[in-house]
Design a protein around this ligand. Structure first.
Ligand code: NZQ
Ligand code: ZN
Length: 389
């Protein structure tokens, strides 16, 4: 196991009616805030009314900035930064999914600097301060509600890039499983894929003697596999959402990363797909992950066998470990197909004419590799994308 330090400061407020506490939680940081949300789902569901009532009751004033798109855009981040600076706002409250939360985190970093926050996404410097962020989560998927990450797309060049910083852990996150009842089946399936991907990125490591976190990762994967089909059948199943939502947060709050070195190549490759084609992140991962596995599993067949046997209940065959691995991958593909998302580029309507461009962007023109389990150069990334056709 690797040495590690672990501290996740995000306060989780879990369960029914959590959004009624948002005013008091916010007021502990600021009474003048930016209320940030997406394209309208929170107004249709009535959540907007409950959140604003709670803010009003706690004497918190707010300026609104809605309209965050899935794969959140830099131009709206700039708008939020401008509002925070001009109006002297002290917290960003994100009500929505990963896209809204990531946009809020970007605004939080941008509001306290003179330069352009995009520089951080290009790796030019590290943030040294940020406004506090609070969240009310409406879709368990990205894990941004308790993560160090933010992923933003710059429209010019359709570049999707991430920043990780301890400064942008949300101060509090409201996790009310009922808020997910209105999700369409496609978004449930994408969430299940993204959560599973966060677990697999951590699972496939070259670090030895990580048996404890292996077991935690396997348990969390099995939780998603057990609950997701129930949610597709009945999106108002509170108990299933409660398991799924908490698993989604734990999958990405870095607890399950302790002592390990994760891979993250599939995420880097997927960000090129959703950056260019604007597809849902989870749908992109369902395409990239199986192809990545087929490309890299020979690096550590034993680890892949363990995953196939323990997570997908494939029967162990010591004489034919590769067949066990391939059965595991096939079961995973069948599972996500059964939830309603495809596992090929074709299923996303993507032809292969821009594969070389994606591989080029992903590796910064072959000047860097992606992934840790196996380090992938431009040629390897292109090979994986071709395998995903
Ligand atoms: O915009 P609205 O109207 O709210 O609709 C959203 C959006 O269309 C809808 N939705 C959300 N909650 C709903 C709902 N519809 C009905 N009822 C509800 N309760 O769902 C759509 C997708 O929302 P989005 O926020 O884009 O989804 P998700 O949470 O999957 O976030 C995806 C983004 O997170 C990034 C991804 O790259 C992508 O840009 N990620 C962020 C990470 C992080 N910060 O740590 C890690 C992840 O790996 C990921 O990369
Ligand atoms: Zn993800």
């Amino acid at each position: 196991m690797e040495n590690f330090e672990f501290r996740n400061p995000t306060k989780i407020i879990f369960g029914r009616d959590g959004e009624d506490k948002v005013g008091a939680e916010t007021a502990a940081y600021s009474r003048k805030i930016l209320l940030h949300f997406g394209g309208g789902s929170i107004k249709q569901s009535g959540l907007y009314d409950r959140v604003t009532a709670s803010l009003r009751a706690a004497n918190v004033e707010w300026i609104e900035l809605g309209g965050v798109k899935p794969n959140p855009r830099l131009s709206l981040v700039h708008e939020g930064v401008r509002l925070c600076k001009e109006k002297g706002l002290g917290l960003i409250l994100a009500v929505g999914g990963g896209s809204v939360i990531d946009s809020a985190k970007a605004i939080a970093m941008g509001a306290v600097i003179d330069g352009d926050v995009w520089d951080f996404y290009l790796g030019k410097g590290q943030p040294t301060a940020a406004l506090p962020v609070g969240t009310v989560l409406t879709i368990p998927a990205a894990g941004s509600e308790a993560s160090t990450g933010t992923v933003i797309t710059k429209e010019e060049g359709w570049l999707k890039r991430a920043v990780n910083s301890d400064l942008i852990y949300p101060r509090f996150s409201v996790l009310n499983p009922e808020l997910a009842f209105t999700l369409p089946p496609f978004q449930i399936a994408c969430g299940a894929m993204d959560i599973t991907a966060h677990l697999m990125e951590r699972y496939f490591t070259n670090v030895k003697n990580v048996a404890f976190t292996d077991r935690l990762l396997e348990a969390t994967m099995k939780t998603i596999i057990a609950q997701a089909p129930k949610l597709i059948r009945n999106p108002k199943d509170y108990d299933a959402w409660a398991e799924f939502m908490w698993a989604g947060t734990i999958a990405h709050n870095n607890l399950l990363n302790t002592g390990r070195i994760g891979d993250w190549a599939s995420h880097d490759i997927e960000h090129e797909i959703s950056g260019i084609y604007d597809v849902a992140h989870g749908a992109g991962l369902a395409v990239v992950f199986p192809a990545w596995m087929k490309h890299v599993y020979k690096q550590d067949v034993e680890r892949f066998v363990q995953w196939a046997v323990r997570v997908w209940n494939v029967e162990l065959d010591v004489f034919n470990p590769q067949a066990v691995v391939l059965k595991g991958i096939a079961r995973m593909e069948r599972f996500f197909t059964s939830l309603g998302i495809g596992t090929t580029l074709d299923s996303l309507g993507i032809k292969d004419d821009r594969i070389d461009e994606m591989a080029e962007k992903c590796t910064d023109g072959d000047t860097r590799t992606v992934g840790n389990f196996v380090k992938l150069d431009r040629k390897a990334v292109a090979a994986i994308l071709r395998l995903a056709r």
